[in-house]
Write a protein of this length. Structure first.
Length: 322
């Protein structure tokens, strides 16, 4: 082909490429659209939260070693990322969102599968129990493994402060009578700690587009937190990642006073299908293991979903507390 014909064609290709990138909203958007379960990158919408803050790493649905060595598991990959982050920041902490050791949370499963991965930073982990822990009667493996860090009296709920934030770890597996005692405790705890910024974490999501869907059993936890002006809820259970817009106590979008829910069931166990999208869901992905990194600052928070090496999905943003 003569050079005079080649260069115009290259110009047309280049122009077409620019047009496609513009249509996608940027190069990352085009790359993200290649996989049906990966959604376009989300910007922070220009929100800036001043200050340094305290970093947390969070995920659930973690250590599954069936037919695989612990060092080759998904939990080992997410643990490597967390360990590197903890090494860089001695104040950083880890929030466990339940289902630590599959299939039934036996103490041996914790020792053989969880301990070689996430056990490296057990002394910096704040746990909340999942349903698989309770497949062993009274979740004895979970409470024995985490000891006092799992909260008093093996009830599975407790609270603590990180910087300016008040954090509450809750148990979404309790029987009705014990669950009602938890609600009374939660209301009293929130009244005693009227922090400007509050985060709660447990296992079962109230809202989810994953296979398990919504869980009305935790609606009263959500309502108690909403009434107290809490800001963030972290959950797992569905083996995917999903971010919701802030919602009020009835599930309506409320960007001023609502709570933002993150589903982070991507800690290492086998990922599962997304089903029917729920209202106010902003981002979801079920193809990438990873952890949610948050920086809790005096007046708000920043978030970033960190994929394991080889993953090409992420999600970043920032928000102010109420």
């Amino acid at each position: 082909m003569p050079a005079s014909q080649a260069f115009p064609r290259r110009g047309l290709i280049f122009a077409a490429t620019l047009a496609i990138i513009a249509f996608c909203g940027g190069l990352y958007g085009c790359l993200a659209m290649r996989g049906t379960s990966i959604e376009p990158f989300q910007n922070t919408n220009g929100i800036t939260v001043p200050g340094k803050g305290i970093t947390i790493f969070a995920a659930g649905d973690i250590a599954e070693c069936k037919n695989i060595k612990p060092e080759n598991s998904g939990a080992a990959k997410t643990a490597d990322m967390i360990a590197a982050g903890l090494d860089r920041d001695k104040r950083a902490a880890v929030l466990g969102l339940g289902d630590y050791a599959y299939p039934v949370g036996l103490l041996e499963e914790f020792a053989d599968c969880y301990e070689p991965a996430w056990g490296r930073f057990r002394n910096r982990t704040f746990p909340a129990p999942g349903n698989h822990e309770y497949y062993t009667p009274s979740a004895t493996g979970y409470y024995t493994y985490f000891g006092p860090a799992a909260g008093p009296d093996r009830r599975g709920y407790y609270s603590f402060n990180l910087g300016a934030w008040h954090l509450v770890s809750l148990n979404s597996n309790l029987q009705p009578a014990d669950h009602q005692q938890q609600i009374l405790w939660l209301q009293a705890d929130l009244a005693r700690h009227p922090a400007h910024c509050t985060l709660a974490f447990w296992h079962h999501p109230l809202y989810s587009s994953g296979g398990h869907g919504n869980n009305d059993r935790v609606k009263d936890l959500w309502q108690a937190l909403s009434a107290a002006g809490a800001d963030v809820v972290l959950v797992a259970h569905d083996h995917d990642y999903e971010r919701f817009a802030p919602q009020d106590n009835t599930g309506r979008r409320d960007d001023i006073h609502g709570m933002r829910e993150f589903v982070v069931g991507t800690g290492g166990a086998r990922l599962t299908p997304l089903m029917f999208g729920k209202a106010n869901s902003e981002v979801k992905n079920n193809s990438t293991h990873g952890v949610l990194r948050m920086v809790l600052k005096d007046t708000g928070y920043e978030w970033e979903f960190m994929p394991v090496p080889g993953g090409n999905f992420t999600d970043r943003g920032a928000a102010l507390c109420h």
